[in-house]
Design a protein around this ligand. Structure first.
Ligand SMILES: [Fe+2]
Length: 269
């Protein structure tokens, strides 16, 4: 398995502060069956915005540490890039890395947005030759309350990455239900850990993929697993074999979601 969203590099954002924790995270990932991680520190203006060379140096130090520890796991570089109007310019100027050097850009929408603004910014990224991979839609009230926006964005050529913990209910029933709805409608393209440490939100994917298999069957779950590899290798994402659960789109929009108390907070992903 490949984890393409993981805050594993030390001292750059709200991930681990020390290399020893980064190595613990890698050990947990290896035991879970993860063979490659894309390290994705935040690129969030005025909050966490480590320079490209700082990220590369931290990745090199992690690779050295892994070798010393005898841990076999590949480390690529990417960013958890906040979707701001300057993102395209920063990508083009080399100030923000794509996922493992591919055309795919991991991007986190702001906490509040309009559908039109989101579509406009993502359109500009695609016009620039990038393929947006939108982080954890299941943790945004804006998407959960308007599932048709997820459908529209997917049809426009954007992909969605759901957090592994959401599949197991770690972010509440609403995020879990929405993840399931997305999976059943082929709108869940990639599962990633979005891990931030060895204890808090650890880098594990196996249990999430088991849940996915229960929801959509082994075939579609394998496609979702393969999608992460396709991003890592800068290939087209494999298509799903079937075309959905066999009901019309408008019927699906009527699916109701249980509402937990309060709105799902996004915080920093
Ligand atoms: Fe993240």
């Amino acid at each position: 398995m490949i984890d393409l969203h993981c805050h594993i590099l030390p001292g750059l954002d709200d991930g681990p502060s020390e290399m020893v924790e980064s190595l613990q995270m890698a050990d947990i990932a290896v035991r879970d069956g993860i063979t490659a991680i894309i390290a994705t520190p935040h690129a969030y203006p005025d909050v966490f915005y480590p320079r490209v060379d700082e990220v590369e140096q931290a990745a090199d130090r992690l690779r050295d540490g892994l070798k010393t520890q005898g841990l076999t796991i590949a480390i690529g570089i990417g960013r958890d890039a906040h979707l701001v109007p300057e993102l395209l310019g920063n990508l083009e100027a080399g100030r923000v890395q794509t996922l493992n050097g591919s055309r795919y850009v991991l991007t986190e929408p702001p906490e509040f947005f309009t559908g039109a603004d989101l579509q406009d910014q993502l359109f500009r990224l695609r016009q620039g030759g990038y393929i947006p991979v939108i982080t954890h839609p299941e943790r945004y009230a804006m998407f959960v309350e308007d599932p048709s926006l997820v459908q529209v964005l997917a049809e426009q050529g954007n992909f969605f990455q759901v957090t592994a913990g959401s599949l197991m209910g770690r972010f509440g029933h609403e995020a879990q239900d929405f993840s399931r709805w997305m999976a059943l409608h082929h709108l869940l393209h990639v599962v990633a850990s979005d891990a931030h440490g060895p204890r808090h939100r650890a880098p594990v994917l196996r249990e999430a993929h088991r849940v996915l298999e229960e929801w959509v069957g082994a075939g579609d779950a394998a496609v979702i697993r393969e999608n992460a590899r396709a991003v890592w290798e800068n290939r087209e994402l494999p298509a799903f074999v079937s075309v959905g659960p066999g009901r019309g789109f408008f019927h699906r929009l009527k699916l109701r979601f249980r509402r937990p108390p309060g709105r799902p907070g996004t915080g920093l992903g």
